[in-house]
Write a protein that binds this ligand. Sequence first.
Ligand SMILES: [Mg+2]
Length: 154
Amino acid sequence: MSIAVFDIDGVVADVRHRLHHLERRPKDWIAFFAEAADDEPLSEGLALVADLAERHEIAWLTGRPAWIRDITAAWLRRYGLPAAQLHMRGDTDRRPARTYKLGALERMGEVAVFIDDDERVVAAAKGAGFPAVLADWVPRGDALRDAQDRIGRT
Ligand SMILES: [Mg+2]
């Protein structure tokens, strides 16, 4: 079965309540990620997952670091989302999101569609031949942009 690949932050999870940790100096990345358990779900994203799950396996491809895997898996289950395929960034991986995500997509098998809210990630995926779609239901500010592209840099 082909796979529908979803980003998490800005697609199904609303991170806006914890962005303030990145809008201060120095940025508090630990607090930013640790509060992921409290994200509200995004109804547009949940509806799209439900729709695509009728025809495809669902896999997650997130720039979240692996140390919040348990928090992330529990959050997905809380909102009735499949959590079996959860691809996370290694804790020491400092590559740009588009580099990390493109490498992961290339190892995933038959990708039917890939949904992400970062236009640079979507452009990179399209450039490599993947059917990528931009999730545009959350307005993206600079802090969110930075959070999704880089981890732990200040
Ligand atoms: Mg995102």
